[in-house]
Design a protein around this ligand. Structure first.
Ligand code: CU
Length: 480
């Protein structure tokens, strides 16, 4: 009979934990938070996704939006699509997020451990502009799951920036995780209790945390998830170096009495306690933290566990920033896709795609028009429109050992078939005009020539000037 009821508990737990990947689309005009919560600021839908509703670059209250709670499983995955501003460095905890935006403040997403607000994986756009995908490393998620299988997380999306590109939109997120069932309904007065979670390290007689923190007199909920193979509980005790040991020993020495009492001694030093939590089950208690600051031991009193299965609840005036060395930043899928967002970008190197070459200068203009100048033939060799991910993929050239060619991204509009004989022309240099675009200078038969390109409506005008005479102009039609 006992075996059967235990099985049912396990079954109910895991039926909740396992689910299909969930894809949240925040693309406007859907205008639906899908159960996410606005923690700070004002959320709005515009510009193709979830963000602030203010005039985007102006100062505003920091926006913080939070996903429902989940646990990681062995094969969990998280991917997000963001667009617009890249923002500044992201702090290691949501507790450090400014209340009001700052110039070039943080914008982005993070994996938040609920109990201490640590942002363990953080992600942001690596450039301003169109949609980019950010994927949290599956390896990192797996490591976190192995470290603490019962741990509870949220995804946080935030905008704490103003100034140029001081806004961001969350367009879509796909989460393949184990959803955490809702906590029991809070009793009156505990509606805003801060949720704390304890889990168990499998087979190691240890909680997944040695420390918890709370402020004097605050309301918290404390949930014990137990995915271990044996039962556990927690007692929070009066401060004192021997209290946890003495309560634990009392249980061991009075087993018959204590088994009937779920291993909770009737002792005034026990301030709070959980139920006895069977494998695969959970228990939530709502607590009012004592007014007196101090170090309150928490301990499992299942017979014998108290020797090692314990920690400290610190009652302190200010919640500390989480101590953690596991924080990582999420890389956008390909950070080497180069884009010109605010001013022209110039890259030199061998080029692949179109009329390739070994010594090429590539120019990407804001708006997507891109071209290359081949320094051997001294001609504009390719004209193309940047694609979704930018105008050049620099990964082969820059990643790893690098040294390979830059790769044209997007739609080729024009290739220059001109082939000059070696020695016919000699490249000198390029000079930058006021708008940041280059003028290429070279010599041929003792004469100085210049070439530059200019966008005019749906056309690219290529100017060729010889010895400061009136330039001739070639027009290349651009089709999107
Ligand atoms: Cu235990």
């Amino acid at each position: 009979m006992f075996r059967i009821s235990l099985f049912l508990l396990v079954a109910s737990w895991f039926s909740v934990a396992h689910s299909e990947p969930v894809r949240y689309s925040f693309a406007s005009p859907v205008d639906d938070l899908h159960g996410w919560q606005v923690i700070r600021g004002e959320a709005g839908f515009g510009n193709g996704g979830l963000g602030t509703d203010k005039i985007k670059d102006d100062p505003h209250a920091t926006l913080l939006v939070r996903s429902p709670r989940f646990r990681l499983e062995g094969g969990s995955s998280v991917s997000l699509k963001l667009q617009s501003g890249g923002g500044g460095p992201i702090p290691t905890s949501s507790l450090s997020l400014p209340v009001e935006t700052v110039n070039r403040g943080p914008l982005g997403v993070a994996l938040r451990r609920v109990t201490d607000d640590a942002w363990l994986i953080r992600g942001r756009l690596n450039r301003n502009g169109p949609e980019q995908e950010i994927v949290f490393s599956n390896q990192k998620l797996k490591e976190l799951h192995n470290l603490a299988p019962d741990e509870v997380y949220t995804i946080d999306f935030f905008d704490a920036a103003h100034g140029g590109w001081g806004h961001v939109q969350l367009k879509e997120i796909t989460l393949d995780v184990g959803w955490v069932e809702a906590l029991p309904e809070a009793p009156a007065g505990f509606e805003n209790a801060r949720p704390l979670f304890l889990g168990v390290l499998h087979g190691r007689l240890a909680f997944d945390k040695k420390e918890l923190f709370a402020t004097p007199g605050s309301k918290v909920s404390l949930t014990l998830f137990n995915s271990d193979e044996m039962a556990h509980n927690w007692l929070i005790c009066q401060p004192g170096p021997k209290v946890a040991d003495e309560l634990g020993m009392y249980v061991v020495e009075n087993l018959e009495e204590m088994t009937a009492a779920d291993y909770v001694p009737d002792d005034p030093r026990v301030l709070f306690h959980s139920a006895l939590v069977a494998p695969g089950n959970s228990d939530t208690q709502f607590l009012t933290i004592p007014e007196k600051k101090g170090e309150y031991p928490f301990v499992c009193t299942f017979p014998g566990h108290h020797v090692v299965m314990r920690g400290i609840l610190h009652v302190v005036d200010t919640l500390p920033l989480p101590k953690d060395n596991q924080v990582t930043a999420a890389e956008p899928v390909n950070p080497y896709l180069i884009e010109a967002d605010q001013k022209p970008v110039i890259l030199r190197g061998p080029l692949q795609g179109g009329t390739g070459g070994h010594a090429v200068v590539c120019v990407g203009l804001p708006g997507g028009v891109s071209y290359s100048f081949d320094t051997h033939t001294c001609a504009i060799s390719n004209v193309w429109l940047a694609g979704e991910g930018g105008f050049i993929d620099a990964k082969p050239a820059w990643a790893g050992r690098g040294g390979k060619a830059l790769v044209i991204q997007g739609k080729l509009q024009h290739q220059n078939p001109v082939e000059r004989k070696p020695g016919e022309v000699r490249f000198s240099s390029y000079l930058l005009q006021e708008d940041g675009t280059p003028v290429f200078e070279f010599t041929s038969g003792g004469k100085t020539l210049r070439v530059w390109a200019e966008v005019s409506g749906e056309k690219l005008l290529i100017h060729r000037e010889q010895d400061a005479q009136e330039p001739e102009v070639e027009t290349i039609e651009l089709s999107h």
